[in-house]
Ligand binder design. Structure first.
Ligand code: 2P0
Length: 351
């Protein structure tokens, strides 16, 4: 249970790979994470549950550079700067503290999804970075400890450590120590029944979001009168979701996911000032989803910190759903995703 804590081993005695490459996929939450109770430790206010996708992987390599005076970070072929660089360096500082070393690193990360557009690029990004950095610095962490570590980079990354469906525990509400708080918040795989799901991803706008999800969730918690009611209803949603997943009941899974997402967006719309990620094209896709349901196709929508829509359906219906969504937003791009693998070192099988 304490595998993610620094050990007293001298850094010189640690087996260090020095270089590692990892691949991780984004995940889409069916029960949303929105709101933190500790920004430093990235502890959420609510449990969340997601499906890791089999599309849009991020590949990240970390190479220790003992000779370098600072970390060098390249994101999609460009030198990172500003907030993006700071977040990666802060994360590496955490890994270095655990490894007992001050060695800087060269990080190279390639996303196959637009960054910062509400398509979970920070989830795949920090999950891949956690796995690659932990290996390069020789931390020897198990999957649970990697999930806790990935959480420190971006909350939703804790879930991308695992494939399929994953539940991220918020952890004990009143931990006695920071260590107890940290240990209690990690993701784990969720059992499901006979379910053959797809998520049809409708990218209606691939541009970066106007307000970061970090800022938006802080403002929502601080000012939205709808936040607490949503957070408590989300607990009930999670319990029902677990039952629906076990039963392989895609209609119930979809209904719960859709109401949970719309409720989350309602909390943001009621924030002061309002945070509105939903765009006209988002509503056009939501209308097409309603029409699919009227035609007897079980299809349900979820949206994150951006205008793009992910439609949950049976895999057997995915082509029809994709066609309907594409017809609704001809300028958008539509992708069909299934459940994908957990984060892994290149050359390993997924978790
Ligand atoms: C989620 N989102 O559960 C929710 C739903 C967006 C809407 O997790 O501040 O990038 O780095 O912990 O993980 C986006 O937030 O936020 C997110 P930080 P993150 O997927």
């Amino acid at each position: 249970m304490r595998a993610d804590l620094p050990t007293p081993l001298d850094a010189r005695e640690r087996p260090t790979a020095r270089r590692a490459t990892a691949v991780a996929h984004p995940n889409i939450a069916l029960i949303k994470y929105w709101g933190k109770r500790d920004e430093h430790l990235v502890l959420p206010r609510v449990d969340s549950l997601s499906m890791t996708l089999d599309v849009f992987p991020t590949t990240t390599s970390v190479r220790l550079a003992p000779e370098a005076g600072q970390d060098v970070v390249t994101l999609d072929g460009r030198a990172a700067d500003g907030e993006a660089l700071r977040r990666v360096v802060d994360f590496l500082d955490l890994v270095r503290a655990r490894a007992g070393t001050t060695h800087r690193a060269v990080v190279d990360s390639e996303n196959t999804v637009p960054t910062g557009a509400g398509l979970a690029s920070s989830a795949s990004g920090f999950a891949a970075l956690a796995v690659a950095a932990a290996a390069a610095y020789g931390l020897g962490l198990d999957a649970t400890a990697l999930s806790r570590l990935a959480r420190r980079g971006s909350g939703s990354a804790s879930r991308s450590v695992f494939g399929g469906f994953a539940l991220w525990h918020a952890g004990p509400p009143e931990p006695a120590t920071a260590e107890e708080a940290d240990l209690g918040s990690y993701a784990e795989p969720v059992p499901t029944g006979d379910l053959d799901p797809a998520l049809v991803v409708a990218v209606v706008d691939a541009g970066p979001k106007p307000v970061s999800s970090r800022t938006a969730m802080r403002r929502t918690v601080d000012t939205s009168p709808l936040y607490e009611p949503w957070a408590s209803s989300s607990k009930a949603d999670l319990a029902e979701m677990r039952t629906a997943l076990l039963a392989g009941d895609i209609e119930a899974v979809g209904q719960i996911a859709e109401r949970n997402a719309l409720g989350m967006h309602a909390t943001m719309l009621a924030a002061r000032p309002a945070v509105r990620y939903l765009a006209p094209a988002t509503l056009t896709v939501l209308d097409s989803v309603l029409e699919l349901r009227r035609d007897g196709v079980p299809a349900y929508a979820t949206m994150d910190a951006g205008p793009n829509v992910k439609v949950l359906c049976r895999r057997a219906d995915a082509a029809r759903v994709a066609e309907a969504v594409q017809a609704a937003v001809p300028a958008g791009s539509v992708h069909i995703a299934g459940p994908g693998p957990g984060a892994r070192l290149s050359g390993e099988g997924g978790r």
